[in-house]
Design a protein around this ligand. Structure first.
Ligand code: ZN
Length: 254
């Protein structure tokens, strides 16, 4: 059996190994997270240095050593250098959170296409678009992970939630209505407005780039981002270290 493999991958993280090598963690489309040693990738003249700097979208050629069960990078080809991610504070902040999320949770590559497209859109997004893109990407990844709540009814009393603001239970992350929230939602937590839920449900079925073009208020976009992050934190059972809540762009839940 061949020990040489080709993957479509996102470069998520790199560590120095000795003076001239790097250990690189990729999210691959074909088999989720994968760490591989890139020989010589820390040397300034090496093209692997450029291509192993997060975040890149690459074609990864790798050799698998079956005895040590380890991977070695044999070649990288750029598919998208994503050089714009560092050019706007909002872009790099979103990219950092997504990277932490991907490193924390994805054993399979099921989310690869979503994030490859999301990073490409983020690469050129203005500040307002970044906010919408963050909400879309978070909720789409929750859906792929099977963590999308059932928004139609309160999970406690069963009353329809259409047109009403909702909160999320700290026990199971399911939506609850205003009357049922006492004791099972975080104190001081703000609701997700119904306009935000309507906007989300109407746009999730669209291709990501089209969803970004549909109008959504800044408050709704901020609510979707905040509650999407909180839903991920509940699922992971911990805070995301890289999350910065922007006090100016909407309600801060913490
Ligand atoms: Zn209720």
């Amino acid at each position: 059996m061949s020990r040489d493999f080709t993957f479509e991958a996102l470069v998520l993280r790199r560590y120095p190994v000795g003076e001239s090598h790097r250990s690189v963690t990729f999210l691959t489309k074909e088999r989720g997270l994968l760490s591989a040693l890139a020989h010589g990738a820390a040397k300034s003249q090496n093209r692997l240095k450029l291509l192993t700097t997060p975040i890149r979208h690459v074609r990864l050629k790798a050799y698998h050593d079956p005895v040590a069960d380890s991977w070695k990078v044999t070649d990288l080809e750029p598919l998208n250098l994503l050089g714009g991610l560092g050019e706007l504070l909002e872009r790099s902040a979103a990219a950092t959170v997504w990277t932490e999320l991907l490193l924390a949770s994805w054993e399979s590559g099921g989310v690869f296409d979503l994030f490859a497209q999301a990073f490409a859109l983020l690469d050129t997004a203005d500040s307002a678009t970044v906010a919408r893109l963050e909400g879309q990407t978070l909720w789409r990844s929750l859906e792929i992970a099977g963590l999308m709540p059932e928004f139609s009814r309160c999970s406690v009393c069963g009353k329809p939630l259409a047109g009403k603001p909702i909160w999320f239970s700290v026990i199971d992350g399911e939506p609850v209505c205003q009357s049922c929230r006492a004791g099972i939602t975080s104190s001081g937590e703000l609701s997700l407005p119904s306009v935000a839920i309507d906007s989300l449900l109407a746009t999730l079925v669209l291709p990501l780039d089209e969803a970004l073009a549909s109008p959504v208020s800044a408050v709704a976009a901020a609510g979707l981002r905040t509650h999407g992050l909180k839903a991920w934190e509940r699922a992971l059972g911990r805070r995301l270290r890289s999350v910065v809540i922007d006090q100016s762009s909407g309600p801060a839940p913490y």
